[in-house]
Design a protein around this ligand. Structure first.
Ligand code: SF4
Length: 300
């Protein structure tokens, strides 16, 4: 198939049947962490790239053959640059009950036509790696016509209008957006945008530039500043539930890999297993990090 791939295991969407409606590396960003490499076709106007009927035909064929938790517009460039996106979402919704998700860089949500195109999706996950102009230019390397404030306003309006699930995704990159100033700017933007949740990710695959994922200090800083809404999604770890684990050691590793915990939270959690913090001496890889007068634990 040319436009449909998977289902692939997705960090946030379970078994995700992917749809790519954009030619390879056609985007209005060229993110330093992009796993597809440097953007080769930097455009900022919406276009028709492929025959929409052909894309829809492939989707209909695929949903008749495979089971998926979501049908997801993602792939090899920025999906909202496709002028047929709204038409495709509406037609897919008529054909199946499988929820439709859109992963987007969120840069065009200030446009009414883009917001209208996404209105019938079930889940929309825009990224927001920066909320100040300087960090935005450095990490996302956007098209020159894009402005950070306009993008935040677009996300704010979309959040108010959209009836489905709306999450923000932040890719935390060491030395780019894991410092206090950048994170405080993101926090203020999130207070305006009011998403249903925030995913915090770190790059796990080869990236366009040689960048490093945020380390334990960056992740803890992000948690401390952005608050409880943040969920570190780690591809190696499934859903966490205390009942799933046979020992406290196993549970602590799984939990702290996914989500740094404050010392008081960890103490409470360990009580469920009849344990205390002394257990951490027996678990290799647990790191203790102090930030803003509080102690956090993380497993890396
Ligand atoms: S927005 Fe997505 S596709 Fe575009 S450069 Fe960034 S990571 Fe790559």
């Amino acid at each position: 198939m040319k436009f449909v791939y998977g289902p692939v295991p997705s960090r946030r969407l379970g078994r995700s049947l992917g749809i790519n409606v954009i030619p390879f590396k056609t985007c209005n960003y060229s993110c330093v962490y992009c796993q597809l490499g440097k953007t080769t076709d930097m455009i900022n106007e919406r276009r028709i790239f492929f025959p929409k009927e052909e894309i829809l035909g492939e989707v209909v064929e695929a949903i008749g053959k495979v089971e998926a938790d979501h049908i997801t517009f993602a792939g090899e460039g920025e999906p909202t640059l496709c002028k047929d996106l709204g038409w495709l979402i509406d037609r897919i919704k008529v054909c199946t009950d499988v929820p439709v998700a859109v992963l987007t860089n969120g840069s065009l949500l200030y446009r009414k036509d883009v917001r209208e195109d996404l209105a019938n999706a079930d889940v929309v996950i825009p990224s927001l790696d920066a909320a100040d102009e300087q960090t935005f230019r450095r990490i996302n390397r956007p098209h020159r016509d894009l402005r950070m404030e306009e993008i935040i306003e677009g996300l704010e309006v979309f959040g108010r209008e959209f009836g489905g699930k709306f999450y923000i995704e932040i890719m935390l990159v060491k030395g780019y957006n894991d410092d206090e100033r950048s994170l405080l700017a993101i926090k203020s933007a999130l207070e305006r945008i009011k998403p249903d949740g925030v995913y915090l990710l770190t790059p796990t695959r080869p990236t366009a530039l040689k960048v490093e994922p945020a380390d334990e200090f960056g992740i803890v800083r992000a948690h401390a500043i952005l608050g409880e809404v943040v969920d570190v999604v780690n591809p190696e770890v499934g859903e966490f539930s205390a009942e799933c684990f046979s020992s406290a050691e196993e549970a602590v590793k799984a939990l702290l890999r996914r989500h740094p915990m404050r010392e008081d939270q960890l103490k409470d959690f360990l009580k469920k297993f009849g344990e205390d913090l002394s257990i951490l001496e027996r678990v290799e890889g647990i790191k203790r990090v102090e930030y803003m007068g509080r102690v956090y634990y993380i497993y890396r």
